[in-house]
Design a protein around this ligand. Structure first.
Ligand code: BES
Ligand code: MN
Ligand code: ZN
Length: 501
């Protein structure tokens, strides 16, 4: 879909569908400025429809009107915005989402959105633009490449104009549009990789995806094979892959957007393409969802894609440890002790706590790039889903300035995080009688002890950890990958490189 942003008047906009916002209010005061102008040109036809009670005006309700007199548009789509006083970030996103869903069902080939420039609290136009583009792209995303039958035809909507009323289109707004399209492309890549099942999306498939990005955007790429890992001593990663016949990969992707000597931002993404739990086998119900256990890897690829497409002014590196976690005759067994890349030993008390094992080696490997900061992204713990549900990503950091930067970027991207403690007090839960540490810390504070485990490998780094177990995908009827936290990673990297708008 082609997005653009333009200064337009609602009455004269030639478009397949004019999208207008309506607050929940008395008919005379419900209309947004753009809706008022359109109503006046259409001889009061919009207010007449509202007076008949045809739109509930609750956030997310819609009403499609055809061939109104006096307007150049073929259709008018009214979108309920809820109460004026409650109109904030969520209401804005709901309105965009509802408009996009309805547009999907109409025959319109193009549409003009007159809700993108509504004032949302203290947010600026650039914020609205990013959210509008991401919301529309989210609603139009489809994953049907593995269906051979009953594929619904693709909606004809090919162009979307974000209209600004009575104000010039700023350079910031144009830049926000570009950023949003690149971010949506990156999130879509992450989403599709997440949705692909593990018989398609193998570690080798992830390496191929990285190879394609490298070719398309001239990125540097190294892929470490099993024998390279053996030589280097990535004993923890190797212990996880032992039960699987799929070859493990350590994928390293380099993006250069700044001076050679500028220290890179390193993103590390968990790439377990299927997590059965290994010998500590998971229960059967919902085990299929463990195909999403490479969502951290997918989001790192998606973020690098976006940054490369934007030619962002920074150096960034993605490090992706990728393998399967399966039981088998050679698989790791509870009680096994393994040696990590940085020399510490780990007693594997539960083979299902595999994410931290591949990440500790990847984090130790990341040190060689002399990073400015390291951010790892992982579907690490079920405990994080219990703590924060599907709304906030868990944030842990050994550097409060970095944590604050990520919190600000997350709020800006509306891809939200909540900081959790990484206090010394929790470390003792990882005590082992036989090795330097155990790989599990018992049931209390499971997401904290997982982060504590990783912190033992990042002492010399400015490091943050994002637990996306609850936010990378949805279960139930809407089951599927979300593409989070690509918007957060992209916003963070751009802000870190000095772009705040
Ligand atoms: N990939 C899972 C985490 C997970 C679980 C994500 C459920 C999303 C939904 C991870 O590898 C895992 O199995 N973690 C264990 C750790 C435990 C054994 C200490 C968990 O959370 O149960
Ligand atoms: Mn697991
Ligand atoms: Zn896992």
């Amino acid at each position: 879909m082609e997005f653009s942003i333009r200064a337009l008047a609602p009455a004269t906009a030639r478009t397949g569908c004019l999208v207008l916002g309506v607050f929940k209010d008395e008919v005379d005061t419900a209309l947004t400025r753009a809706a008022q102008l359109a109503d006046r040109a259409a001889g009061g036809a919009i207010r007449a429809a509202l007076a008949q009670g045809d739109l509930s005006a609750n956030p997310g309700s819609t009403l499609l009107l055809r061939r109104l007199p006096g307007l150049a548009a073929e259709r008018v789509l009214l979108v309920g915005l809820g109460e004026r006083k409650d109109f904030g970030e969520q209401a804005f996103r709901d309105a965009v989402g509802a408009a996009a869903k309805t547009l999907r069902e109409t025959g319109a080939r193009d549409a003009t959105l007159f809700i993108a420039d509504l004032k949302v609290g203290r947010r600026r136009l650039a914020w609205n633009v990013r959210q509008a583009v991401l919301g529309v792209r989210d609603a139009f995303y489809r994953f049907d490449q593995l269906k051979t039958q009953k594929k619904p035809p693709a909606p004809p909507l090919a162009a979307l104009v974000l209209a600004v009323l009575g104000a010039p289109v700023t350079l910031q707004a144009q830049a926000a549009l570009k950023e949003a399209v690149a971010t949506a492309d990156g999130a879509e890549l992450a989403r599709t990789l997440g949705n692909l099942p593990s018989n398609h999306c193998t570690p080798a498939y992830l390496a191929d995806a990285a190879r394609k990005l490298a070719a398309q955007y001239q990125l540097g790429l190294e892929v470490l094979e099993r024998r390279d890992m053996e030589k280097l001593g990535l004993g923890a990663l190797l212990s996880v892959t032992r039960g699987s016949r799929e070859a493990p990969k350590l994928i390293v992707l380099h993006y250069h957007g700044a001076a050679k000597k500028a220290k890179p931002v390193v993103f590390v993404g968990k790439g377990i393409t299927f997590d059965s739990g290994g010998i500590s086998l998971k229960p059967a119900p919902e085990m299929d969802e463990m195909k999403y256990d490479m969502s951290g890897a997918g989001s790192v690829l998606g973020a690098l894609r976006a940054l490369a497409a934007l030619r962002a002014p920074l150096n960034a590196i993605g490090v992706i440890p990728a393998c399967e976690n399966l039981p088998g005759g050679l698989a790791s067994k509870p009680g096994d002790i393994v040696k990590t890349l940085d020399g510490q030993t780990v007693e594997v008390l539960n083979t299902d706590a595999e994410g931290r094992l591949i990440l500790c080696d990847a984090l130790a490997y990341a040190r060689r790039f002399d990073p400015e900061v390291v951010v790892d992204v992982a579907t690490l713990t079920g405990a994080c889903v219990i703590a924060l549900g599907h709304v906030a990503t868990g944030l842990f950091a050994n550097d409060q300035k970095l944590a604050d930067e990520i919190r600000a970027a997350a709020d800006d991207a509306w891809d939200r995080v909540w900081q959790m403690p990484l206090w010394e007090d929790y470390q003792e839960q990882l005590r082992s009688n036989f090795a330097d540490m155990a790989n599990i810390g018992g049931r209390p504070a499971g997401s904290v002890t997982a982060a504590c485990f990783l912190s033992r490998f990042t002492k010399k780094l400015r490091w943050a950890h994002l637990d996306i177990a609850g936010t990378a995908w949805k279960s139930g009827r809407e089951k599927g990958s979300t593409g989070r936290p690509v918007p957060l990673l992209v916003r963070f990297a751009l802000r870190h490189a000095g772009r705040k708008d």
